[in-house]
Design a protein around this ligand. Structure first.
Ligand SMILES: CC(C)(COP(=O)(O)OP(=O)(O)OC[C@H]1O[C@@H](n2cnc3c(N)ncnc32)[C@H](O)[C@@H]1OP(=O)(O)O)[C@@H](O)C(=O)NCCC(=O)NCCS
Length: 170
């Protein structure tokens, strides 16, 4: 069910991306910001990301199509102690709690291993308790928190880390 993303998956990934942001971040991010997200713009962005190949992108499919995706690669911000990063993971509201998230993390972790990146960090909004519970369930250890600006909102984000990919508990 989980497979590497192809270039022509970009529009479906973008649709999942925008729909998940709107359901997940309602009440956390301003309504007008969420309303302004454009699947067409994200499709271009995802097409670029998949084409460049420096991030590894995976999708999960159900019979009706793509219902989730995840991406990862080299750690981006120079966080000490971490070389690998889970950049994004989104599963559509109606397809959660079926193990897709876990399988997407497994695919990204395998990609990090292939890239010789031995560990993994992920950043998540502090108030996104569902995702935080997911990372804690997978054995992620709280690293630190910092402010993040998204649109016009300044929020707090927290990070979870796995010092070794083998420490991810599926
Ligand atoms: C976080 C997310 C990717 C998890 O994906 P998922 O497919 O629902 O997760 P899984 O079914 O693989 O869950 C694996 C385990 O994690 C834990 N878990 C997952 N979601 C949880 C939740 N909402 N609350 C508590 N525990 C949760 C459970 O222990 C679960 O196992 P179980 O269902 O057998 O009890 C998904 O909920 C999602 O897309 N959320 C919205 C987007 C988001 O917040 N992304 C992260 C941004 S940093």
């Amino acid at each position: 069910m989980v497979r590497p993303a192809a270039l022509d998956d970009a529009p479906a990934i973008a649709r999942v991306h925008v729909a998940s942001w709107r359901t997940t971040y309602r009440g956390m991010l301003p309504d007008d910001f969420l309303a302004s997200l454009s699947a067409a713009q994200y499709a271009e962005r995802w097409s670029r990301v998949i084409g460049e190949g420096s991030s590894r992108v995976y999708v999960v499919e159900e019979p009706e199509g793509i219902v989730g995706f995840a991406s990862g690669g080299r750690e981006r911000a120079g966080e000490g102690g971490f070389a690998g990063e889970l950049y994004a993971i989104y599963v559509l509201d109606g397809s959660r709690r079926r193990g897709h998230g876990r399988e997407l993390v497994r695919a990204v972790a395998e990609a990090l291993r292939e890239m010789k990146l031995p560990d993994m960090i992920v950043w998540v909004l502090r108030d996104n308790t569902d995702a935080r519970q997911f990372y804690e369930h997978l054995g992620g250890v709280y690293v630190r928190s910092q402010p993040i600006t998204i649109g016009t909102a300044t929020l707090e984000e927290v990070s979870y880390g796995w010092q070794a990919l083998d420490e991810i508990r599926y």
